[in-house]
Design a protein around this ligand. Structure first.
Ligand SMILES: C[S@@+](CC[C@H](N)C(=O)[O-])C[C@H]1O[C@@H](n2cnc3c(N)ncnc32)[C@H](O)[C@@H]1O
Length: 340
């Protein structure tokens, strides 16, 4: 490693504090405690969780996925000391089955998903994720592909913009904001986050700005979800990830807003619930649950962590263990689809 590389690895370690790290390691440990055990860290980010696992669980190898090439490069440098115990792959996490197939793996013992954006992405002004700095309206986690936030704001019709803000941002002034966007772009396309913040200032009545934190947060979250297709990808990825788990394997998912958490809760509940028709005297084995929930409801960070790491304030952690293969009659509905 050159001095520059070393500095970048140190930066990666300090730029994002992994949320509920010890709890994640504790939940994954029983599944990763034998030689040959493989964890897929589906959201590698700065590699904080992966490093925690590699340090604490000497048998574990990690395949780390990220759709952000910059995160992958930084985490790769940070994890170099672990040699071939770590493999980084540039991929969207719903491609997990294909990635594993390419690596010659038929199943894995653990999957970790720490959803959303990393502190690196939020801090990197030029990526346009943050409403507190003026930057191009981009918001793509993978800047090499796909539509930008500017494309959404300048090409969607008013109704579609309002829907994005209402559904993904739970923004009650979605209609007014969409109208203001369309009015402004008739003069010139919106290109900067600062212009969007101006639009929000004009569209949200003063009384509506007093509650619920910075009002720009909801619109920025909504655009980010739309630009990256976050919920569609997650909905496909969760059953696909469960299908990648060997019997005894464990999945841990950390969600940061209710839309994500609802999908996680539902996907794990499908596997943890009997599929037998009601009224059968004996539950056939093929209908027994194939997952066991490891968390009661969703776990949250304690006060100490919330204070130390503001990112942890909204975390909802859920985990499950695979008990048996997914019965055939349920596999068709959980089969992964490839991402666009
Ligand atoms: C919250 S950060 C993960 C931080 C990491 N656990 C750590 O401790 O450093 C989420 C990461 O997941 C990536 N990501 C989000 N959605 C993704 C997707 N659909 N496919 C692949 N990577 C994704 C983001 O680019 C980001 O780097």
């Amino acid at each position: 490693m050159t001095a520059d590389d070393e500095q970048q690895a140190v930066d990666a370690a300090t730029r994002h504090t992994p949320v509920l790290l010890e709890r994640c390691v504790e939940l994954l440990a029983p599944a990763l405690d034998a030689p040959g055990a493989v964890l897929v860290d589906a959201t590698l980010g700065m590699g904080g969780h992966t490093e925690g696992v590699l340090r604490a669980l000497p048998h574990a190898r990690v395949v780390g996925l990220d759709r952000d090439p910059q995160a992958l490069a930084l985490a790769g440098r940070r994890l170099e000391p672990f040699g071939d115990r770590f493999t980084g792959v540039h991929a969207v996490y719903d491609e997990m089955p294909d990635v594993l197939r390419r690596l010659g793996l038929t199943s894995v013992q653990g999957v970790l998903m720490d959803l959303g954006v990393s502190s690196l992405q939020l801090d990197e002004t030029s990526r346009g994720f943050s409403y507190s700095q003026d930057a191009p309206l981009d918001m793509r986690m993978d800047p090499t592909t796909g539509i930008t936030a500017a494309d959404v704001l300048n090409t969607y019709d008013e109704k579609a913009i309002a829907r994005v803000l209402r559904v993904y941002g739970e923004e009650r002034f979605a209609g007014r904001i969409a109208r203001e966007v369309v009015r402004r772009r008739a003069d010139a396309p919106l290109t900067r986050t600062g212009e969007l913040v101006d639009v929000l200032r004009a569209a949200i009545p003063a009384a509506g700005r007093k509650t619920g934190g910075n009002p720009a947060k909801r619109t920025f979250q909504a655009l980010r979800i739309e630009v990256n297709g976050e919920l569609e990808v997650l909905e496909r990825a969760l059953p696909a990830a469960v299908e990648c788990l060997a019997v005894g394997g464990r999945i841990v998912v950390e969600a940061y807003h209710s839309l994500e958490d609802r999908l996680v809760k539902r996907a794990l509940a499908v596997g943890a619930t009997s599929s037998a028709p009601p009224g059968l005297p004996v539950e056939p084995e093929t209908h027994q649950p194939y997952l066991r929930l490891l968390t009661r409801g969703a776990e949250e960070a304690d006060d100490t962590e919330r204070e130390r790491n503001p990112r942890s304030q909204s975390v909802r952690l859920r985990a499950a263990e695979r008990l048996r293969p997914t019965p055939h009659h349920l596999r068709a509905t959980t089969a992964p689809r490839r991402s666009a």
